[in-house]
Design a binder for this molecule. Structure first.
Ligand code: AMP
Ligand code: TRP
Length: 330
């Protein structure tokens, strides 16, 4: 199948911290599988322009952007087989975001739960945080991507992008296809404290590349079924975050064994977590090895090439958009 005939996939991740287990099981692991499969044309973007919508350190941002690129490649987002790039290297993202903002109602943006969560109680809330989902729509529409692999917290933003496509196409002609979210089997990983979703900002996460010892020390304390106080109490796998992770990592037979051992009170939670840790080891050890072997120069070159590939597509879409909107002098 030629590249043009393949469906296009786009997704993004913010360089706001290390990749944690939620990012990985909710999104990045799916990206790597898709890159491996080559059934679609995959674009993955490190969204640095999104990360500046909340207070940040400039030098730190650059370091994190390059570090995240290395980690994504180590996770299997192979730049030789997909387009991996940094959002702000392709200026067309911010240009399209402005044009899309003119067809996006403020009322829709006020309804975004991520905006409500991130602005709640803050003294300074930037206009950029408010229009964040418009930039995200631009990321997707610039490449006319139809598939967006994300965790469930991003579904509302993708619904907004679909709405934006309908508004834009109605006004300016049939330019963009409607994108759809693609969820993994574990679209929402809870934090270690069981208080809410695992998130960099809540300090309730385990990083994919943290040393095995601290990884295990965090996993062993992870919140499970609150009603299970003793090993002899039968557990409820369907309310347990550890079971959710087994569903992502374990074979069908393992998942069944975990379920039966939990409901039958044969295993305690630590036994169950040890089996889960084996699953993490199986998958993460090769990623750690790959990460050690990656040098900075190769990562930087991959990003330059990725941006060039992305820009070629983006420039063509913008030419079309500017024409349809009657913008410019030429
Ligand atoms: P972010 O770190 O916010 O840029 O998120 C990158 C990707 O990870 C997005 O697709 C998110 O939906 C996904 N993600 C983040 N946290 C979680 C979580 N706790 N469970 C599942 N997916 C998540
Ligand atoms: N908003 C997403 C997040 O916080 C990141 C993101 C930015 C994204 N642009 C995107 C995801 C485009 C998918 C497609 O996780």
């Amino acid at each position: 199948m030629s590249t043009q005939a393949k469906k296009r996939v786009l997704s993004g991740i913010q360089p706001s911290g290390e990749i944690h287990v939620g990012n990985w099981l909710g999104a990045v692991r799916t990206w790597a599988k898709q890159v491996e499969d080559q059934a679609e044309d995959n674009l993955y973007c490190i969204v640095d322009a999104h990360a500046i919508t909340v207070p940040y350190e400039p030098a730190e941002l650059k370091r994190r952007t390059l570090g995240l690129a290395r980690d994504l490649i180590a996770c299997g987002v192979d730049p030789a087989r997909c387009t991996l790039f940094v959002q702000s290297d392709v200026r067309e993202h911010t240009e399209l975001a402005w044009y899309l903002a003119t067809v996006t109602p403020m009322g829709d943006l006020f309804r975004m739960t991520q905006f409500k969560d991130k602005s709640d109680g803050k003294e300074f809330v930037s206009a950029g945080l408010f229009t964040y989902p418009v930039l995200m729509s631009a990321d997707i529409l610039l490449y006319k991507a139809t598939i967006v692999p994300v965790g469930d917290d991003q579904v509302q933003h993708i619904e907004l992008a679909r709405e934006t496509v309908r508004r834009f196409n109605h006004r300016y002609g049939d330019i963009f296809p409607e994108p759809e979210a693609r969820l993994s089997v574990t679209p929402r990983i809870m934090g270690l404290d069981g208080e809410g979703k695992m998130s960099k900002s809540k300090g309730n996460s385990i990083d994919v590349f943290e040393p095995r010892d601290s990884f295990w020390n965090k996993l062993r304390t992870a919140f499970t079924d609150p009603q299970r106080l003793r090993k002899s109490d039968p557990g409820r796998p369907d309310v347990c975050n550890v079971f959710t992770m087994h569903k992502a990592l374990g074979s069908e037979a393992t998942v069944l064994e975990v379920r039966e051992s939990c409901t039958g009170a044969k295993w305690g939670c630590v036994d169950c977590k040890k089996v889960l840790m084996d699953g993490f080891d199986r998958e993460l050890v090769p990623l750690r090895t790959r990460r050690e072997a990656l040098d900075e120069g190769a990562v930087a070159r991959a990003l330059t090439e990725g941006a060039d590939k992305a820009r070629a597509i983006a420039a063509e879409t913008l030419r079309e958009v500017r024409g349809a909107m009657g913008l410019g002098s030429a």
